[in-house]
Design a protein around this ligand. Structure first.
Ligand code: SF4
Ligand code: SF4
Length: 341
């Protein structure tokens, strides 16, 4: 069966219906990662998405690409917020991936107004990417965000070729707030967390739901050849959702709705400086990231900070999904305590 490729907005890149998400290969050996990435390419996947923040993911992908003569489009991201920081990160990504040019480069997780203003200021990250583009180091400038209102503002600037937003059957806010505007501006959409960041109990159904939309390209994370083959098979066998599947989606939504964080950060700021959306999704981090990564650096600091939660409750009053945040913080701190012990 011939696969109908998807045009990634104004980039005019023709993409296989799913991209390869590069988070989970951090958890497996280099040898395994190379096999997984190569199997994905062999089966037709031609867009690989990774980030500077995913520890050795870029390096593993770079090694997997050695000797591959098929065109594979690469997408990476950086948390650099200034012009110089992100420009240096583009150079680091090029070295890690072993290429002379990266097709798509994102400012990673621009989730709030303050960050948006910073990255778009004259010394901000956007201008670092523009410089990289002018020098031929990247082809397209992109941005990822977990916040649909910020996504709208970013698209309206008309400065981005691709936007990456969360989309799965629990997080559907982008359908109304992001997709129509992106289409109007011909901005390509990569749908991150198509399986809810690994926590939705029926991942195949979750991906099937996202694949119903022809305009967006989901990038499920994959860490085994079996997962790659299953996801590609789903693309080949795609069909409309059945009545039973729709009922199952409703059931899961009802079950998970009260604990599922959309990472929108409307609950911020927390007076204790707690990264609420990170901590209450600890299970997703545990599933996708290596333990050593969580025991080190940024994540561990966030865990320690979360222990200082005073249960003041101010965050819960701001959450549009009425999540019982203080209880979720307590529960996830306990979970992390046991896991990281
Ligand atoms: S309840 Fe905890 S997490 Fe929420 S605002 Fe207060 S200190 Fe921060
Ligand atoms: S707790 Fe609520 S407001 Fe905060 S990030 Fe999650 S969904 Fe958004």
């Amino acid at each position: 069966m011939t696969i109908k490729m998807k045009r990634l907005g104004r980039t005019d890149i023709e993409v296989f219906p799913i991209a390869f998400g590069g988070i989970p290969i951090q958890r497996i050996s280099e040898e395994e990662a190379i096999k997984v990435v190569r199997r994905a390419i062999e089966l037709g996947i031609n867009l690989i998405d990774t980030a500077r923040a995913y520890s050795d993911s870029e390096v593993k992908i770079g090694k997997a690409l050695k000797g591959i003569d098929k065109k594979v489009f690469l997408s990476s991201k950086s948390f650099g917020r200034t012009k110089d920081e992100i420009y240096a990160d583009v150079k680091a990504s090029l070295k890690n991936l072993g290429v002379k040019k990266i097709d798509i480069y994102h400012m990673h997780a621009v989730n709030d107004k303050e960050t948006l203003n910073k990255v778009m200021s004259p010394d901000g990250a956007y201008y670092g990417l523009l410089k990289a583009k002018e020098e031929g180091l990247i082809d397209f400038i992109a941005v990822s965000t977990h916040n649909v209102d910020i996504a709208q503002e970013l698209i309206k600037t008309d400065k981005f070729d691709v936007i990456q937003v969360c989309y799965n059957f629990i997080e559907t806010e982008a359908e109304e707030k992001v997709f129509p505007l992106a289409k109007e501006k011909d901005v390509g959409i990569i749908a991150m967390k198509p399986m809810g960041g690994g926590v939705v109990p029926n991942p195949t159904l979750s991906l099937k739901f996202v694949l119903q939309n022809d305009y967006i390209v989901p990038d499920p994370g994959m860490e085994s050849i079996k997962e790659v083959e299953e996801n590609v098979r789903l693309v080949h066998e795609i069909s409309p959702l059945t009545k039973e599947e729709l009922q199952e989606i409703e059931r899961i939504k009802n079950e998970m709705g009260q604990a599922f964080c959309r990472r929108c950060d409307y609950c911020q700021p927390c007076p204790q400086g707690i990264a609420i959306s990170t901590i209450i999704r600890a299970d997703s981090f545990i599933k996708r990231f290596p333990k050593e990564y969580l025991k080190e650096k940024w994540f561990y600091e966030q865990y320690l900070k979360a222990k200082t939660c005073t249960k003041c409750g101010v965050c819960a009053t701001r959450c549009p999904y009425n999540l019982p945040i203080p209880d979720l913080i307590e529960k996830n701190v306990r979970l992390l305590e046991e896991y990281l012990a």
